[in-house]
Design a protein around this ligand. Structure first.
Ligand code: ADP
Ligand code: MG
Length: 258
């Protein structure tokens, strides 16, 4: 049985993460003490109103942004005391990002965009092209390998972005509103892919979303409000099944707005 009672060691551990922007009178505490574990084989959705700190949290969890205080451990590696170079290495080796805006290089083909991840990881990768091609195949886009982003639909671009993230074999995949710019069917396809990717027992996936149509893909739903975790439905939501009566996430799973 997967999901319920997942006792595998977490791939990401965050403890009492706080983030303050600005200084003096302009100081704003955007994250107010976030505790979070992401376990392998799970798709966790992060929901919350605009401005509640979702992107800030994802950026910190992915070592793009430093926290003001609190501790973070990724794939068993504490980030405390690491230099910027060491943090970048940890990020390259263990974290894959997917952004709402795809962030593909317009002058590179789909395949080259995916291969770029392996370049950035550093060191010689014997079969970079083969790995990149395999990642494109995993998202169903082998036939678009030589296309430039301008020739791809939004859904295809997001799938290339997912292939790029997957090519680096990340322990933790972080997606920030990956379906927000997509129509319903492309959005469903991208979320189904994220759910599939999260079934890999060596990987944890955290995706920010506002889209209630994709709750059915989630193993877990966390709600954040004004920089704190308002609820954490840790029970396994069976795909397609009604929520467990009385569980913390039942209102979300029933489609209530935040
Ligand atoms: P969300 O992704 O949930 O919409 P964000 O994490 O982007 O929220 O932002 C949370 C709050 O932090 C917002 O009030 C935003 O204006 C503020 N904020 C985000 N980044 C910065 C920054 N670099 N400097 C100052 N304030 C910021
Ligand atoms: Mg955001």
């Amino acid at each position: 049985m997967s999901g319920t009672g997942n006792n595998r060691s977490p791939l990401l551990v965050a403890r009492n993460i706080k983030k303050v922007f600005g200084s003096g009178d302009g100081e704003v505490e955007v994250l107010k003490g976030i505790d979070l574990d992401l376990r392998p084989g799970e798709l966790t959705l992060l929901m919350g109103p605009s401005g509640s700190g979702k992107t800030t949290l994802l950026s910190i969890l992915g070592c793009i942004l430093g926290q003001t205080s609190g501790e973070l451990e990724i794939a068993g590696h504490p980030t405390k005391g690491l230099s910027p170079d060491q943090l970048a290495k940890l990020r390259c080796e263990h974290v894959g990002f997917v952004f709402q805006s795809y962030n593909l290089f317009p002058t590179l083909t789909a395949l080259e965009n995916v291969m770029l991840t392996l370049d950035v990881q550093g060191g010689y990768v014997p079969d970079a092209e083969g790995i990149a091609a395999g990642a494109l195949d995993a998202v169903g886009l082998s036939h678009r390998a030589n296309a430039y982003p301008s020739k791809l639909s939004g859904g295809e671009k997001q799938r290339v972005a997912m292939a790029r993230a997957l090519a680096g074999s990340p322990s933790v995949m972080l997606a920030d509103e990956p379906t927000a710019a997509l129509d319903a069917s492309n959005g469903q396809a991208v979320m189904a892919l994220l759910a599939e990717v999260s079934k890999d027992p060596t990987r944890a996936v955290l995706a920010v979303t506002h889209d209630h149509r994709i709750l059915k893909f989630a193993d877990r739903i966390i709600k954040i409000d004004d920089g704190i975790i308002a609820s954490d439905d840790n029970t396994h939501v069976e795909h397609g099944a009604p929520p467990v009566a009385g569980s913390a996430g039942s209102s979300a799973a029933a489609g209530n707005p935040l």
